[in-house]
Design a protein around this ligand. Structure first.
Ligand code: TYM
Length: 341
């Protein structure tokens, strides 16, 4: 059976971009047709300046939202990354296979490092090595497929490269994973700046639809979305990024085709109104289930506990194999106690 692995990092409240780019496929497709493993990748939240209490809150909220969005622990495995040591165990081995140049070429590193420096902060070493930990997340589980939005494609490419290199040097150990992307909305853009991604860690609230935004807040954000000069509704990412983003969101929410939808609308106002309502309808069941789950934190904790146990059992054999393959001796077993001692 195909193994699928993906994750989301608790660096901010989850957004419509996370949902349409990744989470919706996990719930609607991946968990039904594969052996699927989903993770709140909390260690990745420590790569930039962070508040420990906030990371704890967002990790809990993220896990609750994964379940609220429809992940069913009977069908898939859901857990917190830091509860399974195999991720960091493997990450170090992969650091011994990756190169410094490869890390410095990662687009997200370059962008985030600039942002950290502009804020007057220093750049954590873990921000540079983060894609190696991400590769470990994926390779530890022998994932065949990694369903992510566009922005993570380069990181999955690196995981592929490291898997191939490790296998060539030390013998076949890892499955070489491939990225899978959604048909539309692989990169949902910020409603106030449609040339940049809608990112949960960004500060620009009005341009970001959060999964837990009230319906009226969603409507307001979508109705105030920056559109382009011109009046006609055209699907053109370069020339009309604002309108194109709305068409993508509407298409993703209604299972439509953004280019055909462009022909249906004569004004930006009508497009915005329908997009806002479509988003509200997509978020409604997630928010309702989230409210129910918040009333039952013991259930969420139980899912995470069982999930971590399952995840450990899945990852351990592969990580142990990698330790042996790269040249590390197995731990010496305890001598058997003689009877009578
Ligand atoms: P993160 O937490 O930034 O995002 C989680 C998922 O949501 C997708 N996504 C988007 N898709 C479309 N439009 C957007 N505006 C948008 N914003 C986010 C992301 O592509 C991602 O699929 N490094 C990863 C987390 C990670 C991971 C992994 C993913 C760590 N280890 C192993 C897969 C496998 C990240 O920062 O995602």
């Amino acid at each position: 059976m195909t193994r699928v692995f993906s994750g989301v990092k608790p660096t901010g409240h989850l957004t419509l971009g996370n949902y349409l780019g990744a989470m919706r496929r996990w719930t609607e497709v991946d968990q039904h047709r594969s052996d699927a493993v989903f993770c709140i990748v909390d260690l990745h939240a420590l790569t930039v300046d962070h508040d420990p209490a906030r990371v704890r809150r967002l990790s809990r909220q993220g896990a609750t939202l994964l379940l609220a969005s429809g992940l069913d622990p009977e069908l898939c495995t859901v857990f917190l990354q830091s509860h399974v040591d195999e991720h960091t165990r493997l990450s170090y081995l992969l650091e011994c296979v990756a190169t410094d140049g490869e890390m410095r070429r990662m687009i997200q590193y370059k962008e985030k490092a600039v942002r950290e420096r502009e804020r007057g902060g220093s750049v954590r070493l873990s921000l540079l090595t983060y894609p190696v930990l991400m590769a470990a997340d994926i390779l530890a589980y022998g994932a065949d497929e990694v369903p992510v939005g566009d922005d993570q494609a380069q990181h999955v490419e690196l995981a592929r490269d490291l898997a191939v290199r490790f296998n060539q040097r030390y013998g076949h150990t890892f499955v070489v994973p491939k990225v899978t992307s959604p048909r539309v909305a692989a990169r949902v853009m910020n409603l106030q700046d449609p040339t940049s991604k809608m990112g949960k860690s960004d500060d620009s609230g009005p341009g970001i639809v959060y999964l837990l935004d009230e319906p009226d807040v969603v409507r307001k954000k979508v109705m105030r979305a920056v559109t382009d000069s011109g009046q006609d509704v055209v699907y053109d990412r370069e020339q009309r990024p604002g309108v194109t983003n709305l068409l993508d969101v509407l298409a993703a929410c209604t299972d439509g085709n953004p280019e055909s939808l462009a022909g249906v609308y004569r004004s930006y106002g009508a497009l915005k109104k329908d997009t806002a309502e479509a988003v509200v309808e997509v978020l409604r069941p997630v928010q309702e289930r989230h409210r129910e789950l918040c009333a039952d934190p013991a259930y969420v904790e139980g899912v995470l506990r069982d999930g971590a146990e399952k995840a450990r059992a899945m990852a351990r054999p592969t990580v142990d194999t990698a330790y042996r393959a790269i040249g590390l001796l197995p731990p010496v077993p305890e001598p058997a106690l003689s009877p009578g001692r």
